[in-house]
Design a protein around this ligand. Structure first.
Ligand SMILES: *Cc1c(COP(=O)(O)O)cnc(C)c1O
Length: 395
């Protein structure tokens, strides 16, 4: 299994996580033996239906929700789209959406498409953030209007780890009768969540960010919130999402939710300590290293550091030689050299935004790995700066 990757120092857990061995174990029977359709009438299928039901309960427990409020989807992206499109179809006369400038592409692109493809049918307010990535609630309050169909604000940012006050923001929306969605893909498993006490109508999560496999997600829909499905078809998921369930992955996600409850304490103590050690080490041993994002209001596992006058991609290539996995803030995947929209929204200067690296840890990381990275990084940055035309004279 993961044995061949034992030499990898994996600190890219906000991109995806290792499937926990306990999760693999829980899934195997539903790949090898129990292949029945959970909707079938026979006992063979019924056993599978019971496993899906148990997973729904496990997810509900982690979120402080009822099992009837949990719908399984194919990913976090599907959950985001489903929630927002449902609200727009529920209130066809309302043409305004409020979101932020730092959303994941799953929400960001949807909002852009609704503006562009739908011929300016929708007006989108993108809330600003300050230099630490924090929102201004006065701007939010002023943006809420009778025309607003839905607010969509992420619980925690995938690039910086900054946490947003969604509890309060949901309450403010609720007071005006406006639906509230949160992309909680990065928050679930890292922060305690009790949806029973909150005014959140829709919440998205994703299996592969929490040690379950890729290709399974969840949409929470609060009891009483009007809902219109995105995928129609059979009667699966109580008619909320057509398509035969990805049973093995759903079972794995249920198990991952149990584990997340058990490990949340460790995530917020040991993992946070490792993150802080890594961060402090980088900031103190490397000149012109800057932390991106508010230091306090932040996930325990994430640190985003800019190394001025070097390129993020170049840093990653050098780190890759030591099998250290992390992410850079520039959108290399899109083939452009644009720095990340999140760092741009924060006003991070060009020279720093290009050299940003995100390290995102998990419970599987060790102090030895942190020490290894701290041992390698100063020389990597120094060697790249020697080649940088912008660096000369900065020393
Ligand atoms: C990863 C991620 C998503 C997308 O989830 P998928 O399951 O990969 O579609 C959405 N939002 C945030 C904040 C994420 O980190």
């Amino acid at each position: 299994m993961a044995t061949s990757n034992n030499d990898v120092v994996y600190m890219d857990n906000n991109a995806t996580t290792m499937v926990a061995p306990e999760v693999v174990e829980a899934m195997m029977p539903y790949i090898e033996d129990y292949y029945g359709n959970p909707s079938s009438m026979h006992t063979f299928g019924g056993q599978v239906g019971a496993a899906v039901k148990q997973a729904r309960q496990q997810v509900a427990t982690l979120l402080g929700a009822d099992p009837e409020e949990i719908t399984f989807t194919s990913c976090g992206t599907e959950s985001d789209s489903t929630a927002i499109l449902s609200a727009l179809r529920t209130f066809p006369e309302k043409r305004h959406i409020i979101t932020t400038r730092v959303e994941h592409p799953a929400v960001k692109s949807l909002a852009e498409n609704l503006q562009a493809v739908c011929g300016h049918k929708y007006r989108v307010t993108r809330l600003k953030v300050d230099s630490e990535g924090l929102l201004d609630l006065a701007e939010y309050e002023a943006a809420l209007s009778d025309e607003t169909a839905i607010v969509s604000v992420m619980w925690a940012n995938n690039e910086t780890g900054v946490i947003y006050p969604v509890e309060k923001m949901a309450k403010m929306a609720k007071e005006r009768g406006i639906l509230f969605h949160t992309d909680a893909v990065q928050a679930v498993g890292k922060l305690p969540i009790n949806l029973k006490e909150l005014d959140i109508d829709f919440l998205s999560m994703s299996g592969h960010k929490l040690h379950a496999p890729k290709g399974v997600g969840v949409l929470y829909v609060k009891r009483g919130t009007l809902f219109i499905p995105f995928l129609t078809g059979g009667h699966q998921e109580s008619g909320r999402r057509g398509g035969t369930e990805n049973v093995a992955s759903i079972v794995g996600l249920g198990r991952a939710c149990d584990l997340a409850s058990e490990k949340m304490e460790e995530e917020n103590s040991r993992v946070k300590m490792l993150r802080d050690k890594l961060e402090n080490g980088l900031l103190t041993t490397i000149p012109k290293a800057i932390l991106n994002g508010n230091k306090e209001q932040r996930l325990p596992n994430t640190t985003n550091v800019s190394f001025e006058y070097v390129e993020g991609e170049a840093i990653l290539l050098h780190m890759n030689r030591y099998n250290i996995c992390a992410s850079s803030g520039s959108a290399c995947t899109s083939g452009s050299l644009e720095p990340s929209h999140v760092l741009r929204a924060m006003g991070v200067p060009f020279t720093a935004a290009h050299g940003s690296i995100r390290f995102s840890l998990s419970i599987y990381n060790t102090e030895d790995e942190v020490d290894f990275i701290l041992d390698k990084m100063p020389a990597i940055i120094e060697s790249l700066r020697q080649m940088s035309p912008f660096w000369a004279g900065e020393k």
